[in-house]
Design a protein around this ligand. Sequence first.
Ligand SMILES: [Mn+2]
Length: 317
Amino acid sequence: MTRLPYEEVLEVIKTYETIIVHRHMRPDPDALGSQGGLVEILKASFPAKKILKAGGPVGDLAFLATMDDVMDKDYQDALVIVTDTANRPRISDERYLKGTKLIKIDHHPNDDAYGDFQIVNIEASSCSEIIVDFYTANQQQLTMTDEAARLLYAGIVGDTGRFLYPSTTPHTMRVAAGLMEYNFIPNEVNNQMNVISQKVAKLTGYVLQNIELTSTGVAKVMLTKEVMERFGVMDTETSSIVAVPGTMEGVLLWGIFVEQPEGHFRCRLRSKGPVINEIAKLHHGGGHPLASGANAKNRAEVDQIIAELEQAARLWS
Ligand SMILES: [Mn+2]
């Protein structure tokens, strides 16, 4: 792997008085963990600098981090860093464009190579893991704090599904172990992230009851507008059920298809082996090799995606 510009990025950071860190829309623990963890490290390391977290609502993840009141004028002569966000349209708060320089730090495939500088490592389990690597590479000049460690740990736990997903490497475990040396309660973070609302718990039951499994090991779950209404859940709340079909015996690949108010389907695709992001790209999506998102304009396109997943399953076995 090519050397990542950890030192160069720190040199850029040092030259700015104001640094504003963004992340993606509808944040997950890794978005907030990488954003908040980086901000905590930079604040502790450079107390004279103004360092801010920008972005929209954090939903039920306020126990991790909340956003700062960032003014338009703050962007004047500011450095903007975006964490955990593959594509520009997904960046939360489009004022990220108003800074002087832009840095991308991410672990998704670098299809949209935005920014003046990038630290992109698609082998990292999470963007939070990359932030720890950035800290470690510059350890003499940076300060890790207990709160930064808590946030970065949460990000790693979130994106690895509690160290379950194949993106979890020995390095991931060493990074997480290092964070656990700091003063926070990992078990408390784990429990907070493990909680689902009563509505989503009931929806989980529905998902398990309504998996359609093909003989090739492809599982399909349709969450129609009627189902979403019956359980009173929004699309944004379905992220915690994405892993559920994979727990059932015989499931190799799966898709959860959430019907949107406008009638198309948001597709959450997952795999235990076959690469699926190329399939996602055929349907206005993309992502990781084993965890992607796509869009289907109607049920026919959902069936087309299922057929393509079946083909991937047959080639793999
Ligand atoms: Mn991530």
